[in-house]
Design a binder for this molecule. Structure first.
Ligand SMILES: Cc1cc2nc3c(=O)[nH]c(=O)nc-3n(C[C@H](O)[C@H](O)[C@H](O)COP(=O)(O)OP(=O)(O)OC[C@H]3O[C@@H](n4cnc5c(N)ncnc54)[C@H](O)[C@@H]3O)c2cc1C
Length: 466
């Protein structure tokens, strides 16, 4: 039996399960009759008054009506991969894990219709079986499709908006227990807003997504000097389809990953080599470095030097979703801000200066991505070509000084926080950053006048309903 210290170390540096595909993304445990729910990052906890696991639209309707009768609020929850308390509730929690089926596929229109609780990894498998794929994805596939849409989850690529831009039709249960279908042609105002709805407009039960023929990506990732990366930023993001950059605080090193479409055959590590590189080195070894940094914060700069000294060039060709998405077994908390693309490099330098001035110890790299503009009222990408800068810290590390400092820098450029990642904004500070704020609020007031779907997070970021 492993000594207690070793077990705690492993628990702290890795996920609970070796096979994350089968593991619960969020946790709900019964404690003395109550259910305690925790998110993936382990920084949000709540005790819902009731928990329901509906298996059909009808059961969602029944749950919403039961909550109404009991005077409870309702919160749908996906995989618990948000870092904010967006999925928390003291009312009735609807876990949608059992609504995970594909219910329609139209090859001519290139659309797929799925239940709202399907996780992205399962959706990707189902798409691959049909020879199609989503145009873009974020960097993991553990989220449910409806959870990912609700917070404006995005990938990277200047020509592409958030995942929500792929939605063609939504079915949802509204506050009165009505099942409402919306699209560009039917209830268009609801549709416009519900694509990034923050869970505020109703419980999505089903949605139709645009897909395209399956494709492969050629991925090249390599380290480079930070100043070179910054100088080359505009050229790199405009000449590659998907670019993901990481800068390692306390070093002058960044990595740049470019993914581009290719017809070349699959060329990717398999079996032991894949496990060694993607699980052991990228996750367990990195997790151990993070843990060491938490135990001895003054060692973080040296540990960062150790990490960057061991980064090499990697290259592969694989199915698109296998390239977009990676395994993340080290738990962390994250803040991510969208900002105008033209401000990206200066903002990253300002963050570097802030970390140095405050002598912060930041063990996690800072990620930079880009996306195109979209037209969704509460999408962070609304109306402008943008960059995203994301700061992470291992779960358990005090984050407030770092995140508040970064947020102050983002405020100067009108940054919009990812709805699922930590931030300290309120409705008052957010409203001026979204030109169609009042459009969303009008739809919310129409479809949820009594605040059936409200929670503490929505009260903070959207304001309380009258
Ligand atoms: C390791 C990691 C990597 C990540 N990578 C990325 C990334 O690359 N890009 C990015 O943009 N984000 C990323 N995220 C953030 C993540 O995509 C979002 O927080 C997403 O919302 C999580 O989806 P979920 O299924 O866990 O939803 P939850 O966190 O469970 O819920 C999020 C919101 O969705 C609402 N919701 C869920 N289901 C429904 C429904 N059926 N109807 C109405 N509302 C619903 C909930 O009420 C809640 O408000 C990452 C998060 C983690 C932990």
């Amino acid at each position: 039996m492993a000594p207690r210290g070793v077990k705690e170390f492993l628990r702290a540096t890795t996920c609970a399960s070796r096979n994350d595909r089968a593991a619960p993304r969020s946790i709900a445990v019964m404690t003395g009759g109550a259910t305690t729910w925790r998110n993936w990052g382990r920084n949000q906890v709540c005790e819902p008054a009731a928990v329901t696991d509906p298996e059909s639209e009808l059961e969602v309707v029944e749950a919403v009506l039961a909550a109404r009768t009991a005077g409870q609020t309702v919160k749908a929850v996906g995989s618990g991969h948000s870092f904010t308390d967006t999925a928390c509730t003291d009312g009735r929690m609807l876990r949608l894990g059992r609504l995970d089926r594909v219910v329609g596929f139209d090859r001519d229109a290139s659309t797929i219709t799925v239940e709202a609780g399907i996780p992205l990894w399962k959706l990707n498998q189902q798409l691959a079986l049909r020879g199609v794929a989503l145009t873009n994805l974020g960097d993991i596939d553990r989220q449910t499709i409806s959870g990912a849409l609700a917070t404006g989850t995005h990938g990277t690529g200047l020509g592409l908006g958030a995942l929500a831009t792929m939605v063609r039709e939504i079915e949802m249960v509204t506050a009165d227990g009505d099942l409402v279908r919306c699209s560009e042609h039917e209830e268009p105002e609801l549709f416009a807003c519900a694509r990034v709805g923050l869970g505020a407009l109703g419980v999505i039960t089903k949605l139709t997504l645009q897909v395209e023929p399956a494709f492969r990506l050629h991925s090249v990732e390599m380290p480079m000097r930070l100043d070179e990366m910054l100088a080359d930023f505009d050229r790199v993001v405009t000449t590659n389809e998907h670019v993901d950059m990481y800068w390692f605080p306390h070093t002058d090193v960044a990595t740049v990953k470019c993914n581009n479409r290719t017809d070349a055959p699959i060329r990717a590590k398999q079996g032991y080599k894949q496990w060694r590189d993607e699980i052991v080195l990228t996750n367990y070894l990195f997790g151990a470095v993070c843990k060491a940094g938490q135990l001895v914060p003054s060692a973080v700069p040296k540990l960062a030097q150790f990490v960057v000294a061991n980064i090499g060039r990697t290259e592969k060709v694989d199915r698109s979703d296998r390239v977009f998405c990676s395994r993340r077994l080290v738990r962390f908390v994250e803040m991510e801000y969208e900002l105008p693309r033209t401000e990206a490099t200066a903002t990253l330098l300002a963050i570097r200066e802030f970390i140095d001035d405050e002598a912060l110890r930041v063990a996690f790299p800072i990620e930079i991505r880009v996306t195109g503009a979209d037209d969704i009222p509460l999408s962070t990408g609304y109306g402008r070509e943008n960059a995203y800068i994301a700061c992470h810290l291992p779960t358990g590390t005090p984050f407030e000084r770092y995140f508040r400092g970064v947020e102050a820098i983002m405020d100067r450029v009108g940054g919009r926080p990812h709805w699922g990642k930590m931030h300290f904004q309120t409705a008052q500070t957010l409203a001026p950053r979204y030109p169609e704020w009042s459009r969303f609020q009008a739809v919310r007031a129409k479809f949820d006048p009594e605040g059936r779907f409200r929670n503490a997070y929505l009260d903070r970021v959207l304001g309380e309903l009258p």
